[in-house]
Design a protein around this ligand. Structure first.
Ligand code: MUC
Ligand code: MG
Length: 378
């Protein structure tokens, strides 16, 4: 039996190419928690758990993710079979509440190790890829309309992105709608414009906001109101033509079922970290499909590592009607992979190779890693 021998964690702080202005935080660096799992046959798996803006986006911080892995997840898994990924997921779900991003980081490393030992990409472990590339959005969030327009036009011209997600919710609804309208006017029919409010609006704000956004030609609004406001999400979903997407409201399959049953979204933003791993994300996808909802491959602005893992799963999904936003590596000054993820012709390519299809660049890991982090042994 191939056993789980060793689990190592580390935190990386990587600068972003520009300030990324969201309703709840402005990011100038992204912090990723990496996990390396060493197996008894010498094989290794790598994983990542990443959030946004410290504790301003969700309940897990990078330091909390690392601590949950070191203190609770690793001791439960050390010495167990490395091939029994479902057994590990079930055990960890039983022992540990919440902490979905921490669980995801470890689970990715287990899938990666298993794929490498079998000589298969992780997509094959989920039944096989049906896409070799997927459409990929870019987020305009410089905090300035002119800078955003210049960025968008350059992305269209270089055929990198023709789907734009605008981060709004920091200014007044009226100012935000005017900002979105200016950008849509500048890109015209050459691009799809969507917005993410990251829960900043009240229901009252959102009624004005959705009316203005759809008149401006914006196609979709992501999480306009707080995650727990299901009735408000349902009213907005029913009341306007613009598509309403659930993001922060979706923490795993149980939430997905409740959101679908409450008719509280038209589209699911599926995030592997927020779902609690690839397996749980596949269950969120199944619920969305069964409910006839649109699907979108979401990101927590992860490095190439988690981006590769997400692509393994999303490549197996029949229809991601709203594409993906797996552009995380492009927001960072440096990609930490030896062979960076490829972006071209408005798409992201599914990495080839075994496991999640990603290998770390050791020099970059040394450069960006914070002091601390532990190696736990069986
Ligand atoms: C979010 O809330 O969706 C995804 C893209 C981006 O710019 O921020 C994230 C988080
Ligand atoms: Mg979002």
């Amino acid at each position: 039996m191939t056993k789980i021998d060793q689990i190592e964690t580390m935190i990386l702080d990587i600068p972003t190419i520009r300030g990324h202005v969201l309703s709840m935080a402005t990011m100038r660096t992204q912090t990723a928690v990496l996990v390396k799992v060493r197996f008894s046959d010498g094989s290794e798996g790598i994983g990542e758990g990443t959030t946004i803006g410290g504790l301003s986006y969700g309940a897990e911080s990078p330091e909390g993710i690392q601590s949950a892995i070191e203190t609770y997840i690793a001791p439960a898994l050390l010495g167990r079979s490395g091939d029994d990924v479902n057994g590990a997921i079930q055990l960890i779900d039983k022992l540990i509440k919440g902490n979905r991003i921490a669980k995801t980081a470890v689970e990715i490393a287990l899938w990666d190790g298993l794929g490498k030992r079998l000589g298969l990409p992780v997509s094959q472990l989920f039944g096989g890829a049906v896409h070799d590339r997927l459409p990929v959005a870019w987020t305009l969030a410089s905090g300035n309309s002119e800078t955003d327009i210049a960025e968008a036009l350059k992305m269209i011209e270089t055929r990198r992105h023709n789907i734009f997600k605008l981060k709004i919710g920091k200014r007044s609804v009226r100012e935000d709608v005017a900002h979105v309208a200016r950008i849509k006017e500048a890109v015209g029919d050459a691009a799809s414009v969507r917005v993410d409010v990251n829960t900043a609006w009240s229901l009252q704000d959102a009624r004005w906001g959705l009316k203005g956004l759809q008149d401006a030609g914006c196609e979709l609004v992501e999480q306009p109101v707080p995650a727990r406001y299901r009735r408000a999400m349902a009213e907005l979903t029913k009341g306007y033509e613009i598509a309403v997407m659930a993001d922060e409201a979706l923490n795993g399959p149980e939430d997905a079922l409740e959101v679908a049953a409450a008719l509280a979204a038209d589209v699911f933003a599926v995030k592997i970290g927020q779902s609690g791993g690839l397996k749980r994300a596949s269950e969120v996808i199944a619920i969305g499909q069964a409910a006839g909802l649109g699907l979108y491959g979401g990101t927590m602005l992860e490095t190439g590592l988690s981006t590769a893992a997400a692509l393994q799963l999303f490549s197996t999904v029949e229809d991601l009607a709203w594409g993906t936003e797996l552009f995380g590596p492009l927001l960072l000054t440096e990609d930490i992979l030896a062979d960076p993820i490829i972006y071209r012709d408005f798409c992201v390519e599914i990495p080839k190779g075994v496991g999640i299809g990603a290998a770390l660049d050791p020099d970059k890991i040394e450069f960006f890693r914070r002091d601390g982090g532990r190696t736990m042994k069986a």
